[in-house]
Design a binder for this molecule. Sequence first.
Ligand SMILES: Cc1cc2nc3c(=O)[nH]c(=O)nc-3n(C[C@H](O)[C@H](O)[C@H](O)COP(=O)(O)OP(=O)(O)OC[C@H]3O[C@@H](n4cnc5c(N)ncnc54)[C@H](O)[C@@H]3O)c2cc1C
Length: 480
Amino acid sequence: MNTQQFKADGRSAKPFSGEGLASLRNRIRGRILTAGDEAYDSERRVWNGLIDRKPGAIVQCQDAADVMAAVAFAAERGIAISVRGGGHNVAGSCMVENGFLIDLSSMRGVRVEPGKRIAVAEGGARLGDLDRAAQAYGLAAPVGVVSATGVAGLTLHGGVGWLLRKHGLAIDNLLSAEIVTADGRLRRADPTENSDLFWAIRGGGGNFGAVTSFTFKVHPVGPEVWLSAPIYPLDRAQEVLAAFRDFMEAAPDELMGLAVFWSAPEAPQVPKELHGSPVLILLTCYTGPFAEGEAVIAPLRRIGTPIADLGGPMRFVDVQTFLDQDYPDGKFYYWKSIYLDRLDAEAIQALFDHTASRPSPLSSIDVWTLGRAMRRVKSTDTAFYKRDAPYMIGIEANWDKHEDTEANIEWARRVFEEMKKFSHGGNYLNFPGFFEEQESLLLGAYGENLKRLKSIKAEYDPANLFLGAINIAPGPSGLT
Ligand SMILES: Cc1cc2nc3c(=O)[nH]c(=O)nc-3n(C[C@H](O)[C@H](O)[C@H](O)COP(=O)(O)OP(=O)(O)OC[C@H]3O[C@@H](n4cnc5c(N)ncnc54)[C@H](O)[C@@H]3O)c2cc1C
């Protein structure tokens, strides 16, 4: 296993000597850290404990003006840039070895304008920042399901969460963004201004610049919603997942589902002797009219007898933190994804077998139900291409001892390879492993949109300054 893959694959920047930093220090409000500074080592840590990269400098920006100065400084010297939003990408793609880390993690402000039904989140905001601010007005933006995740990385690569079937991906609710491009200019991107850039950032990741703010359309949600979380023993997976699949096919758009092959949590509702045993948890969240929710989710809670049920009525902000404790900072993670065309008995059997063979009980395979609003947007309307698959699996290898790294990564890679036969292909770049396959992952995510992305990249970042992103190399320009 090579956790240093990024160092060896040609994506490293040339060493940054630190020359000229004093002039940048004088121009920005934020702090700049280099190796030798006391806080340098703690500040270069990201969520995934496997990532151990050393940027040449960490520029902790406080506002858009800082970002403009930092990008211009790096551009003048040809230093490769990476941008940190929430620092939660499993590949550590916000960290470029030896390059310039433009760190937006202190820029977490969120402003909500309830009358206009919009929320404006700064480039380093976490989902929890956005959820709390919007829920103060009974509103929500469609984002993901763990509150510490960064709004930026999640949105720039798509964004799937509890509101997906009703309101689509996070990018489907993005109205505009402000972005500092490689020439150091702050630009607005929306359907009329820099519309090509706006198209590209809706799925194309951090390749086109540092996004300093995102403006989302927000929707009335909650404040109370229904979460269902019945837990079934793994040996009932065939019957339970088939029932879940059929139920979700007919369920309203307001119900989003995520079936998780996992281990029984040490919750008081779960009998002690079953703690840690392999299970299938049917997580769903109903965000339609509250009075109807209990009846909507009821059938999922009585497919036979669950060993426990952790669901019930809950504030939407609490649903958004329900899974937080399962993903602590600094543990070891390797996540991949693949879209599935079918969830028939053969696919369910494969998911069962892979769950049973996990080297770590912390690992899971998550089956996301897609479609509905996500599918109503055309594949070429945004850079995010793969909209037609009914399911996506997230293969999450999670473990806590460094010596178990190889076995866990091998497991995830094996599941990824062996589940391909249930898929017409395509990958979700928010779960990219270490992005080892590069071109095939890009093709899987972008399909025919890749050419246009490369062309827009050539226009806005011809020197590939934003090398730290899940990188799309510039291609011939003029393609549409
Ligand atoms: C615990 C956990 C739960 C998750 N749950 C979900 C989920 O429910 N739904 C889902 O869709 N995904 C989910 N993800 C995946 C998540 O969306 C990605 O990991 C995402 O990239 C994280 O964004 P970030 O800003 O925290 O990441 P970072 O690591 O900071 O950045 C990721 C990438 O985005 C780029 N980037 C970050 N900020 C900016 C910016 N401001 N401007 C330009 N480029 C930027 C960087 O270049 C980098 O390549 C989850 C991840 C974790 C760890």
